[in-house]
Ligand binder design. Structure first.
Ligand code: NAD
Length: 483
């Protein structure tokens, strides 16, 4: 098999197998071919991973931040050197075209390792003078962290969670999505090569039950999930029962508002990026595109032309712009939404078909005349389906944009600078864009409000979620006790 790893899990610095676990087939989404098989973790494997992470963490936390950072930065360099091979594996794992994976997967993973490696040496507490006494605070690790990934960005998610955790002196057990189990193993291998101690970064495979076993183990101190809002509620509740720290990066139904003074080509480019990149499988996508009445017809005409010119095809061909859905199941879910859209009266502008063959392809799809109560307007589709809504006034569109339980992202296209900031200020969203969409540099906090999650990934903000403060009061004079 093309992508078969040495073994299913990576624990305590080496590949580990336990064939007693259920078989998970890794299917290449472009052809339906099985490219690898791994086994789901048994309770013995989960226990082994947690024990390894626990002992590695104690030693790792004793290193200086600069020493820890050096390992992460070396890992970033190795990832960049191997970008081509890692991108190919990402393409086999997810079906995303090489035109994307070469630029945004291992590279953004390396960015996170480099950025948090750079920060590791400057994670300090503060000194608080109180007359002759004083307080100092120390920034200390949380302990053993569990990362649970979604299937859309397996390398990036493994690094976005691992890099800040390790920079702060924690260890990590990462459970990739069962749909994309391969890439995180390479991240673990590279970290070992870069000098990480055995047990610092472990990977265990499995479905939700394995995630559940990790979340409820009392030796685990923190859980960071990237997944759907429904899974987030379950994982958050399970973590709360053990009073664990959490980061929840969940789904969205984000609005993209386009005013009639916007540059039409830029706005269309932003809307296409925010709906069709990674075949629409991006949590922060701007799937509700509100277009002001005056430019709606011109917008739709040009959007249709540009969408129909998208080059769909073999993801390994670097000219291909648009690959298949990650799995047959996800394709069927998305096609179900397309059918609901048609049945509930939205106008199909282009696309709307699954493509015959063994791969899981769907055409990039645009619906117009979508109303706020339609299923495609309310539920996260997680596929290449753009819904276009018409609006007239700023006040009206803000109210409609915020009428959702989710709040991951949002964007506005306008050339009126005051309006841009006014609209963004009123938008219920954690990650916003002005005249752009879906940029996610490691320097900027990323995350949602409302049902889209808690905590932030990336940037200095992530440090808050992978460390805690110890406060120390120091008295210089006598203790004034009434007893
Ligand atoms: P999912 O919720 O089905 O699964 C996510 C992960 O959780 C998987 O690894 C799964 O095995 C695990 N899991 C499931 N049940 C669990 C349980 N009870 N306990 C512990 N772990 C459990 O999500 P998915 O289908 O893999 O990914 C798509 C979803 O992820 C979308 O909703 C998307 O918006 C969201 N997502 C969010 C972000 C973000 O950063 N906000 C990024 C990518 C994807």
């Amino acid at each position: 098999m093309k992508c078969q790893p040495t073994a299913s899990h990576f624990i305590n610095g080496q590949y580990v197998e336990d064939t007693a676990g259920d078989v998970i087939e890794c299917v290449y989404p472009a052809t339906g071919e099985v490219v690898a098989k791994v086994h789901s973790a048994t309770p013995a494997i989960v226990d082994q991973a947690i024990s390894a992470a626990q002992s590695a963490q104690k030693e790792w936390a004793k290193l200086s931040g600069t020493e820890r950072g050096r390992v992460l930065k070396r890992a970033a360099e190795i990832m960049r050197e191997r970008n081509h091979a890692l991108s190919e594996l990402e393409t086999y794992d997810t079906g995303k075209p090489m035109q994307e994976t070469l630029y945004v997967d291992a590279t953004s993973g390396a960015d996170a390792l480099e950025y948090f490696g750079g920060l590791a040496g400057s994670l300090t507490g503060e000194h608080i003078p109180l007359g002759e006494d004083w307080v100092y605070t120390k920034r200390i690790p949380l302990g053993v962290c569990v990362g649970i990934g979604a299937w859309n960005y397996p390398t990036q998610i493994a690094c976005w969670k691992g890099a800040p955790a390790m920079a702060c002196g924690n260890s990590m057990i990462f459970k990739p999505s069962e749909t994309t189990p391969l890439c995180a193993l390479k991240v673990a291998e590279i970290l070992m090569e870069a000098g990480a101690p055995a047990g610092l970064y472990n990977v265990v495979q499995g479905y939700g039950d394995v995630g559940g076993a990790l979340v409820t183990d009392e030796r685990v101190d923190k859980v960071s999930l990237t997944g759907s809002a429904a899974t987030g509620k379950k994982v958050y509740a399970a973590a709360a029962a053990g009073m664990k720290h959490v980061t929840m990066e969940l789904g969205g139904k984000s609005p993209l508002i386009i005013f009639d003074d916007a540059s039409l080509e830029d706005a269309i480019g932003g809307a296409m990026l925010g709906n069709f990149y990674s075949t629409g499988q991006v949590c922060s996508n701007g799937t509700r595109v509100f277009v002001q009445k005056g430019i709606k017809d011109a917008f739709l005409k040009r959007l249709k032309e540009r969408t129909e010119a998208i080059k769909l095809g073999d993801p390994l061909d670097e000219d291909t712009q648009f690959g298949p859905m990650v799995s047959r199941n996800q394709r069927d879910i998305v096609m179900g939404f397309v059918e609901r859209g048609k049945a509930e009266g939205a106008t199909l502008v282009t696309g709307g078909n699954a493509i015959d063959g063994d791969g899981f392809y769907i055409e990039p799809t645009v619906f117009a005349d979508v109303t706020d109560d339609m299923t495609i307007a309310r539920e996260e589709i997680f596929g290449p389906v753009m819904s276009v809504f018409e609006f007239e006034t700023e006040e009206e569109v803000i109210a409609r944009a915020n009428d959702t339980d989710l709040g991951l992202a949002g964007g506005v296209f306008t050339n009126d600078i005051k309006r841009a900031h006014r609209v963004i200020d009123l938008m219920d969203a954690g990650t916003c864009f002005i005249n752009s969409y879906n940029d996610a540099p490691v320097e900027a906090p990323f995350g949602g409000v409302k049902g889209s999650g808690v905590g932030r990934e990336n940037s200095k903000a992530a440090i808050e979620h992978y460390s805690q403060l110890k406060t120390v009061y120091v008295r210089m004079g006598p203790v004034d006790s009434p007893y």
